[in-house]
Design a protein around this ligand. Structure first.
Ligand code: V47
Ligand code: SF4
Length: 369
């Protein structure tokens, strides 16, 4: 009822029509989403998005006890927006041993962790077996831990160096114990933007084809969008449209994660996104991606304060305890490296939501009401 009044009283005709569509559960067009990006009525957009979120997720907001592992920062692709990936000869280059990684998984397991999220650089000397055997070894030692690993960029690279199909590679990873694919590597699908920021790695079609194949094989995946660099609002919407179309086709995406760009130490440079842009992007993604169940406010890129507000503007998930994150920290994020479970519960409760500890697949593990 309250939202109906807000929509009725909206003076801007286009925004009023968009609000009416939301109230009537009608799908927003790309033009609607672009209109919202150009609008500065954050409170209105946020209220619409939160209304949609509550219809989907009620008062629940999710988090997970997990660990991110970035096994190496050595990377052949050298994307200009990335301060993490370095060449092998760089003094900052590192590569964790398998034993080191297993020790990290063990710590997570002992703390009740449910998931390891593995993503890193793409080193020139790694073979397909290196990616597969890491998954296998983790699952052999810790069968209860879910392995969410290797982005479309890494899977494309494995296919390229071995001249095998995506399906073949994904089946081998699945057999080794891979349960889900993280959303990294999407950046912005626009060819114009990719030429500037990431000309060498998997392109938009390849990213989408890998996720399509994974979904077909019963491997769920996440989707991301790196925003706030050289892309236009129109390109953000085109990116989300392509994800929405694939989700209509497969239903295999679990969550959408807008990733705010951090510029420090990157070749691309630029400025940090504003909090208003961050919240608007979360809210518009909630409104536009009507076939995605969840929108993640990733506290590493947003900072915990903005992530907490996002829980009232369309987002329903904070990701997890993380423990150790190197990619966005290399680019200057001021967020801590990890969060305690208690802190995530507190952030969610302060936002007026009910914290739900989840597993990788959004099954509830515990509710902290
Ligand atoms: O693909 C790289 C991004 C991604 C920067 O699937 C940067 O649940 C900001 O995808 N500023 C990897 N971002 C991380 C990722 C992710 C994170 C959390 C959860 C999930 C999930 C996926 O990090 C890369 C790239 O888009 N990134 N450099 C930067 N300077
Ligand atoms: Fe390598 Fe990924 Fe960084 Fe690109 S974004 S340089 S692929 S680690």
């Amino acid at each position: 009822m309250e939202l109906e009044v807000l929509v009725k009283n909206q003076k801007n005709r286009k925004l009023r029509e968009i609000g009416q569509k939301v109230l009537e559960d009608r799908r927003l067009s790309p033009e609607d989403a672009i209109e919202l990006f150009y609008s500065n009525q954050l409170a209105y957009i946020g209220a619409l998005a939160e209304w949609v979120n509550r219809k989907k997720n009620g008062m629940f907001a999710y988090f997970i006890v997990n660990r991110q592992i970035n096994p190496t920062n050595i990377c052949v692709y050298q994307c200009d927006f990335c301060a993490f990936g370095v060449v092998k000869s760089d003094p900052k280059a590192y590569e964790m041993s398998v034993e080191e990684i297993l020790e990290k998984v063990k710590q997570t397991y002992l703390q009740g962790g449910r998931e390891v999220h593995i993503v890193g650089g793409v080193p020139p000397h790694w073979r397909v077996e290196d990616y597969v055997s890491l998954v296998r070894k983790i699952k052999e030692r810790f069968p209860e831990v879910v392995v969410k690993a290797w982005t479309a960029v890494e899977i494309h690279h494995m296919a390229k160096i071995s001249k095998r199909s995506y399906e073949d590679i994904l089946l081998e990873l699945k057999e080794a114990g891979l349960s889900a694919i993280p959303g990294g590597g999407a950046e912005i699908f626009s060819e114009r933007v990719r030429k500037i920021i990431a000309p060498y790695k998997a392109n938009a079609e390849e990213y989408l084809e890998i996720h399509r194949t994974a979904h077909k094989l019963g491997i769920p995946s996440n989707a991301t969008m790196l925003y706030g660099h050289v892309e236009t609002y129109e390109e953000r919407v085109e990116h989300m449209l392509r994800l929405r179309e694939l989700q209509d086709e497969t239903g295999g995406f679990q969550v959408f994660i807008p990733l705010a760009y951090w510029p420090e130490g990157t070749r691309l440079g630029g400025k940090r996104t504003s909090s208003v842009d961050d919240l608007k992007t979360i809210a518009i993604s909630r409104l536009f991606l009507d076939n995605f169940a969840h929108i993640k406010a990733y506290w590493i890129t947003l900072g915990e304060r903005v992530a907490q507000i996002a829980l009232n503007m369309g987002a329903d998930d904070l990701d997890g305890t993380i423990e150790e994150e190197r990619i966005v920290h290399a680019a200057g994020t001021k967020s801590p490296y990890k969060q305690t479970k208690e802190k995530l519960i507190k952030l969610i409760k302060e936002a007026g939501k009910i914290p739900v500890e989840r597993d990788t697949f959004y099954n509830s593990v515990a509710i902290y009401s």
